[in-house]
Design a protein around this ligand. Structure first.
Ligand code: NAD
Ligand code: TYD
Length: 348
């Protein structure tokens, strides 16, 4: 049985990828390696936890001996690397933890893969999941393509850019068979409520203020998480070695417009009078180094692999809201304990 390692599979995007691989590839043994940080949650994947082709391993990618032993033991043929510190605001208060996980952790995986695949790279694949934030910030026009120069502005994007460079360097220097994808902002079920959409859904439910950074005119391109998982599956199986593919939603929104739409949809869902949730909008101090605009040109993956988003924003947002409203226990569990401390230090 082919053994595939997915890192970060208890997180937001990773849980959707693990589910897809476990369900779609019964002839592969899927190993989910996750340290279960504040962002990792096994409740995200209870539906597949007993599948015969699924194994969960709790462990830290920064622990070099553990990673080397794991690769020696299982001789993985494919690696999909999603484990990361992923929140820009946390990277501003604690940049070093981003270097540890995103740079050193990626290095440990690269070294372990290079060692076990030495002399037999054929058929192997190291898939590094990255972000559009490595390209920096756009002005009012233009799109990021695969050849846009890297220009990261936050400690998060700098750490992801660094790891992307190491993956490429291992391809050039040691012939490691890799693919990289750089994706735009994801949204959907199981998203930890520190990022814009799930944070604001939670705050609307609990009638807390909605902290919009700066003037709210920052722009992001939003993609439904299951469409990202489909793209990852496709690139893992059909992408070309040593290539990068941009993935995006063709779906740009100014933060303030998105928040107003969310308020409107939540008012309907919660049976509140129109305009009630929008009253919670509060403009707060801007994020330092805040990137003005991200927008992805995803034509390469479309032309070469036939991928395009299948879920419209209206549908995706409705599915997301419905998921949060019917998974109150999940939301309560992840917002208890440490979350309150984080929230207080970030927003008070
Ligand atoms: P997430 O924060 O929800 O999940 C990260 C997962 O990694 C968690 O389960 C966590 O426990 C695990 N993890 C963290 N440190 C670890 C360590 N040292 N060892 C092992 N596991 C560890 O992140 P996400 O939003 O699901 O993002 C997944 C990947 O996709 C990341 O590489 C991120 O950079 C990238 N990405 C995210 C987005 C987005 O909008 N969320 C967009 C583009 C790319
Ligand atoms: P976020 O979800 O943190 O993703 P990223 O910074 O990786 O794009 O933020 C999305 C946008 O929303 C970004 O422009 C920052 C803004 N934002 C707020 O205005 N208020 C908030 O409380 C958060 C978390 C984000």
């Amino acid at each position: 049985m082919k053994k595939i390692l997915i890192t970060g599979g208890a997180g937001f995007i990773g849980s959707h990828v693990v589910r897809r691989f476990v369900n779609n590839y019964p002839n592969c043994q899927i190993f989910n390696l996750d340290a279960l940080t504040y962002a990792g949650n096994l409740e995200n994947i209870t539906d597949i936890q007993d599948a015969p082709n699924y194994t969960f391993i709790k462990g830290d990618i920064v622990d070099v001996d553990f990673i080397n032993d794991l690769f020696q033991k299982h001789q993985f043929e494919g690696v999909l690397h999603l484990a990361a510190e992923s929140h820009v605001d946390r990277s501003i208060t604690d940049p070093l933890s981003f270097v540890r996980t995103n740079v050193i952790g990626t290095m440990n995986l690269l070294n372990a893969a290079k060692t076990i695949w030495a002399g037999a790279m054929e058929g192997k694949r190291f898939y590094h999941v990255s972000t559009d934030e490595v390209y920096g910030s756009l002005g009012a026009t233009g799109l990021f393509t695969e050849t846009t120069p890297y220009d990261p502005n936050s400690p998060y994007s700098a750490s992801k850019a660094s790891s992307d460079h190491f993956v490429r360097a291992y391809g050039e220097t040691y012939g490691l068979p890799y693919v990289i994808t750089n994706c735009s902002n994801n949204y959907g079920p199981n998203h930890f409520p520190e990022k814009l959409i799930p944070l604001f859904i939670n705050n609307i439910i609990t009638k807390k203020s909605l902290p919009v950074y700066g003037d709210g005119n920052y722009t992001r391109d939003w993609l439904f998480v299951e469409d990202h998982a489909v793209a990852i599956d496709l690139v893992f199986h059909e992408g070309k070695n040593h290539e990068t593919y941009n993935i995006g939603g063709f779906n740009e929104w100014k933060n303030i417009d998105l928040v107003k739409l969310l308020c409107q949809q939540m008012d309907e869902k919660l049976g509140r009078i129109e305009g009630e949730s929008a009253k919670l909008i509060t403009y707060v101090k801007d994020r330092p180094g805040h990137d003005l605009r991200y927008a992805i040109d995803a034509s390469k993956i479309n032309k070469e692999l036939g991928w395009k988003p299948s879920v419209t924003f209206e549908e995706g947002l409705e599915r997301t809201i419905d998921w949060y409203l019917s998974n109150e226990a999940w939301l309560k569990n992840v917002t208890s304990g440490e979350y309150a401390k984080y929230y207080y230090s970030q927003y008070q």
